[in-house]
Design a protein around this ligand. Sequence first.
Ligand code: ADP
Ligand code: MG
Length: 250
Amino acid sequence: MIEVRDVVKAFGGFRAVDGASLSVAPGSITGLIGPNGAGKSTLFNVIAGELPPTSGQVLLDGEDITGLPPHDLFHRGLLRTFQIAHEFSSMTVRENLMMVPGAQSGETLWNAWFRRGAIRAEERALAERADEVLEFLTIDHLADEKAGNLSGGQKKLLELGRTMMVDAKIVFLDEVGAGVNRTLLNTIGDAILRLNRERGYTFVVIEHDMDFIGRLCDPVICMAEGKVLAQGSLDEIKANEQVIEAYLGT
Ligand code: ADP
Ligand code: MG
């Protein structure tokens, strides 16, 4: 589904991503691991259109998407979770979901003025969809809570929920478990598995928690110093000498 071909991303003279190539199979939950500074997040940023690569290519379903802006990729079903922006923290959890771009049918102001009834109906449909998403994620009791009051883990679930407001094909999750307690991490894992099985979402997941990776991800790809070192099952990766060396070296 995704093919990364020899991508380089340099910051000045430093190559944060240094000739990385990998592919992501449709329907997989692919794990991306590697020591801090390996270039994982930078590679995500290149794939998701947030950073132009210095060289190399990214393909989505065989089509060259290199350098396309995030909103364009969003419409092609490629989503990357983003943290809840400050301006949304005073809105409720439900409202945050209703704000997801693309979830609305794209009414102009002109239409909004003349078609208030239709807008209200659309808003109700959006609110219903948001409530379904919250139920799926087991945080429906937080629908009317201000997003700013959520715990770190609950915010991660809300981020995942935003991807469910549109029909995503492939979702990139960067350290979804960071600062999240074990119970919530399991809930996040359950949601990812269900989205994968029931909705056919493909995932690429950066995570340091190896239990989480082991439970969800196959294959696992390991990066270090901007390069892809190995790909395989978590057990294969753990037994790979280059991988062991990369982790010991940090
Ligand atoms: P990872 O996510 O694997 O921990 P990153 O992709 O965040 O690694 O970073 C890879 C390397 O690139 C790090 O050494 C980091 O300091 C550097 N880096 C990341 N972003 C920038 C930037 N905008 N400018 C300069 N260096 C950066
Ligand atoms: Mg990172």
